[in-house]
Ligand binder design. Sequence first.
Ligand SMILES: [Zn+2]
Length: 217
Amino acid sequence: MKKILSLVTLFIFAMGIAVPTFAEAASQKLIQPINNARITAGYLNTNYYQKFGFKHYGWDLVSATTDRTVWGSGKGTVLATGYDNILGNTVIVKYSQAYIHGTKTTKDVVIRYNHLASIKVSKGQSVTKDTTLGIYGNTGKYSTGAHLHFEIDTDTAYYQYSPTLGTSSNIIKAGTAGTVLSPKNVLYTKNSSPDNQQIWIVGDGYQSSTEDDLPIF
Ligand SMILES: [Zn+2]
């Protein structure tokens, strides 16, 4: 039996089919968290920095429709949830083996979601792209309107550390910027059913003109 299996394996390799091993699972493509999204503030936008006085290490998104659902971006595990005294209702999800199309590498990442109106998942829960993580809102100390702020970070060991905070809060801690990625280098737009995703920039200067140029998945 063992001999037959190894012959089959050899045959599959000979056919050029990639077979995931136990040591290295297949990478996954992460999709945008809001289906019909508008980018209202881009990654490290210079106009944003001049106006607000701090660097923007993520994206701000709103929905072009009345649907404010924040979806999972792929297969992941919820690491933390709760009300952060500065950043509002927060969810942190770890996504293993995410394909970073901007650098053609595969990495484990966490996504930190802030300012949620409500949280729909709990710590330890497995999620997929079809899981509602929460509803975006206007919670937290400095949020000035309903939107989703999220950050993508490869430092999965210190997932609660964000360069956005200069002083640690109860959930999110003051961190460094070196491991944070631009969402444009990571996310895909899934334009097929049932997600039917689209993404556009708002175009008021707080985004780069190509920031909505995500690959289609
Ligand atoms: Zn933001």
